[in-house]
Design a protein around this ligand. Structure first.
Ligand SMILES: [Mg+2]
Length: 214
């Protein structure tokens, strides 16, 4: 039974984007447009080059921002405010998911490579406000992003997450490697499964999966 594998879990860590809302909301399409524009303005390059760098840095450093900071000394705070200034009109409240999350025993946190204020807005739009003990953004990890081990270490230390009693829910398989290595249960939340040794479970329906656990 899936439930047995989670009996010991008292810390529940959720990614935000494309995990606590379905990818069909396509918020990342909006964010990517703003990222490309920001790269164009910050580096003085054209759209094609900005798109290329955005994807390259995401692949190489985990996020576009991490590459911009590392290679171009870009100031993270104004970048993060700008790229997350998007419409949340496509998000719908999900009372079923809210109920499932509220039933999880122990500590529940959100950990996103976006910012905590952005996460608050998304949670509000999804009807998930008030269900989490804490919300951590990239700004809480000295702007170091998942999947870097140091980022997880900083956030889990601040949140007092004990990896041996924790589970991580994420849409990006890369961001489950370190949690797995630390001893956490890992759940890949995405339309399609991704076969990898560091992924314990996959679901395309977070509510249905959480329902199995309670
Ligand atoms: Mg995500």
């Amino acid at each position: 039974m899936v439930k047995d594998a989670f009996d010991h879990v008292t810390h529940w860590v959720f990614d935000l984007d494309n995990t606590l809302y379905p990818p069909r909301a396509r918020l990342f399409d909006q964010i990517e447009v703003r990222m490309t524009q920001y790269v164009m303005d910050a580096l003085g390059v054209g759209q094609d080059e900005a798109d290329r760098l955005r994807k390259l840095y995401w692949a190489q450093y985990g996020t576009t921002l991490a590459g911009l900071m590392r290679e171009h000394d870009v100031d993270p705070a104004p970048y993060l405010t700008d790229v997350h200034d998007i419409s949340l009109d496509h998000l719908e409240k999900d009372s079923g998911l809210a109920a499932r999350i509220s039933e999880l025993p122990g500590q529940r946190i959100v950990y996103t490579n976006g910012t905590a204020p952005y996460a608050e807005r998304v949670l509000e739009a999804r009807g998930l406000s008030g269900l989490f003990d804490a919300i951590y953004g990239v700004e809480h990890a000295r702007f170091l992003p998942k999947p870097e081990r140091g980022a997880f270490e900083i956030v889990f230390e601040r949140a007092s997450v004990d990896p041996d009693q924790a589970a991580m829910f994420e849409d990006d398989p890369r961001n489950l490697q370190v949690p797995h290595d630390m001893g956490m249960k890992t759940v890949h939340v995405a339309p399609e499964p991704h076969e990898a040794d560091h992924i314990h479970h996959h679901t395309d329906d977070l509510s249905a999966f959480l329902h199995l656990l309670t």
